[in-house]
Design a protein around this ligand. Sequence first.
Ligand code: M6R
Length: 609
Amino acid sequence: MCGIVGYIGTDHAKEKVIDGLRRLEYRGYDSAGIAIPDGRKIRIVKAVGELKNLEAKASDPTFDAPVAIGHTRWATHGKPTELNAHPHGNMDNSIAIVHNGIIENYQELREWLTVEYGVKFKSETDSEVIAHLIGLYYDGDLLSAVNKAVADMRGAYAVAAMAAREPDKIVAVRKDTPLVVGHGSGFNMIASDVPALLKYTRDVYFIENNETVVLTKDSVVIFDEKGNEVERDIQAVEWKADAADKADYDHFMLKEIHEQPRVIQDTLFNRLNPDDSIKLDDISMTKEDIDNFNKIYIIACGTAYHAGLVGKMVIEKMTKIPVEIDVASEFRYRETFIDDRTLFIAISQSGETLDTLAALRDAKERGARILSVVNAVGSSIARESHDVFYTLAGPEVAVASTKAYTTQLICMYLIGLYMGSTKGTVGREYYEFILNELKELPDKVGRILLSEEKYKKLAERYHFNDHVFFIGRGLDSGVSYEGSLKLKEISYIHSFAIAAGELKHGTIALMDADSLVIALATQDRLYEKMVSNIVEIQARGAHIIGVAKEGRTEIEKTSDEVIYIPNCADEVAPVLAVIPLQIFAYYVALERGCNIDKPKNLAKSVTVE
Ligand code: M6R
């Protein structure tokens, strides 16, 4: 999705805005631009393609000022051309805006502006109407013009605007699209996401829906929908300034895979008291609340949904409460049975996924208690939930989610254990057993990472396969979906995941000597059944890579290759089993020359339906 960065301070805004945009590259973009006030008008420079093209075009040292707004565009309305790139100006470029989101009534507004005011549009975008609307209402007060323009707009937007006559301010507004202000000494910034700010400040204000904010170099003033000034505390973001850097890795994805032992450790131990009880001080769920729940919905998208697949089985087992899981885009449009005895768990790395957010709002309105599992601090999903369980994964930059997934799994175990032990459905012995298993995970993940070379060799051998199947039973079936998504999204190989027991009901018809099957067999209880499934596939000539726990060597007889994970309880095996699949996907994509961190057609944060 698009990225917005604005800076207002005492000098060199261009450099800071372009640097901020670079930190938002993970959101995906096809063009970029920057606007700087220059006397009676605003100078706008844009370029198609990578940010280095914009940098080259904007390299003139006279093109700089203490204030600038910039944008990376991910094309929706109109092709990725220079004209369609943001910032957009009004007719005489006395106003410039950058926009993230969609203006649903843009055609109507475009026609009105054209017919009534003779506005000549330069681009095909929905966003350009915003610049003309502000231009129309502008009489020397940018805040008032932005407010009037917003009243005409329908849709989702984060907008930052500048006026040539008021070069000492940036005005920004948001509805259903994220916006965060970074506050520093003698400067302020605005951005779509925190990583854009980290090099300069870690003090942030999260802007809420329908709020407008006015930034000058020394002040940040936030207004609510009715124009009342809002008191907002600064929040200190704990992410380190270099957290969104690639360090010595070739790709963010590989770096993030390698961060997993540490972030699992952080997520787990941050929630444990010295006596090993689970610490949920900031979560207000009481025993009475827990006893009152008679159903749980887990709602998410993509990888977060796959974490929910595991979460469903774990939480059901631990709490004995029925758990339903659905992808947010489906959940919103079906009959659901939500009331004040429902716990609604939303899982999201970005905390901004529109489908998940909309499902959450719907469930909240119908009385559900909302607990979200979120990585991005202060994101919309976090702010709109009753309680938030943060994954402490740090910024995840690669589009393909890795460390967010494993930390989401850790949260699923902790939620299950907490609710189960409070409710009395998890006894002391089982609690201690699972907790000890969880504590061993950082080490065990580290051990798996030591075998990276082996997974790389497998990738070299199998990267040419056009169809790959992932199968598993029980918790392994959840991991199969995640392994398959990782492979397809970054290598563009057609991959397909299915519960192993379902194979013989249709999908086995596809198995032949050209198929590669990754068979997960980490669940002791289901191991023999899994081996039987593998035998059936082997009989059709498919190549098989088995994934099993150390010591379960029977699988070698039926598999071409076996990946072993350290011994562990079945419950926590998903955290280990997914690691080799992530690395395999990474090296397959590398072999195939794919753009690993920014796969085609994908964006990191999906803020449209
Ligand atoms: O930010 P979220 O966790 O809500 O995002 C959900 C999905 O869009 C995301 O997991 C997506 O599937 C990733 N590309 C998977 O690697």
